[in-house]
Design a protein. Sequence first.
Length: 466
Amino acid sequence: MKQFTLPIRSGFLIASLLWGCGFAAIDPYDSTVVRTILDRIGWADVAVASVVSSAIAISGVEPARVTTLNLSLRSGLKPITELPSEISQLPELVTLSLKGNALTGLPDTVSTLHKLSRFDLSSNPLYRLPEAIGGLPLQVLTVNHCALDSLPAWIDTLSRLQSASFVGDSIITLPASIARLQSLATLNLDSNRLVKLPDELTALTGLKIGVNGNRLCSVDSSVARWLDNYQIGTDWRAAQQCDSKITSTITDPTTGTVVHVAADNQKISADCRPVQVTAVDASLYVWPGAPPIKKAVEVRFNVCFNDTGSSFLISFSLEDEDIRYDMVPEIYHKEAGIVSYIGGTIDSMNKTISVRATRQGLYFLALNSILGVWQKGLAVVNPAPQVRFALRHRFLEASFTLERPSNVRLRLFALNGQLIAEKVLLRADAGMTTLRLDPSSPRSTGQAIVELLTGEFRIVRTLQNF
């Protein structure tokens, strides 16, 4: 082991650190390296013991090496603008946090940290993911609230990555290579600027993904179906930022259906209606497993509509429909004989249901019964799964069997539609599952509505004496 003459303020032996159920003396070489790093970044008054931790020392064995280094910004300290290259002299480092500093990159020596598995770079002005981390054995990577506008194609070199978070960045696109991260279980991309996702992502069936607060306003149907099953949360469509200036509004007087064409359509002119909206006989369009179709319109593009990358918002009026609490409005699309469920978001006054679209063809407003079992994509689950609801003391329990891993949501409503309580379980394993809900408000004797939603089925039932 190398010998050093240590400054008095460091001490030759760092004070023992409590770790798990034992004490560890930090290796003096690692202590000196950390002291050097702290001095170089201008944190001379920070004690080594306050930023490191180590494995438990074993009696009769050399002091433990540093495994965790926390250089997240602290009150009263100046942010780190450059990480010293001496970081490479901590070869046993497993966890490194640099959160809240002023880093725009990392030194190449970071690439030598061959045991680094947890890395937090959040809240730094990073415009690119530093190449120095490529190929590292990272399992958890957190780069929230930085300035990333994309992820690099080499991200697949992080082959052991299990959890990645890029919340609050400015990411517009994802590389297709991200789909090669077979160990990836969680990918959080909330609050970015994504306008599309690569089709290759749909091959990852063990992934839960967060995309709320993006601009996924016109998603390919296969990607949309995949998001329905693997999203973090329960309604990614309603959480997209799709507001844009409307330059043209077309209304079908028969059904009250309105098509708003957005300002991103560059070919719109005052002399040309970009789309045609025509009512069609809803009774003519029935398919196996279809819910009751209430309205149908055909949308066709005119020559002044730019059908490359442009979108429109289609809104069906609900004011003339008698919608009971046990029914849910839905929008479907049909073109070239293919019918697809595309969802829809209901406005706060329950007057319209709208969805962002890019394709011409037939659009249907359906009122689907939520009493019983159904599955998005028009396939009815048969036979119906066995679901058992039980009231135990102050808890509501739902027990059921999943055929495959899925997000699960359990909600309790009053008869007037007011939400009483909600519980979401992300990526529940296949097999028998029990979800317990604790209502936030006291129960009163009477009726309530319970809804169970999974990637396989949706059940709504009325509870008596609740």
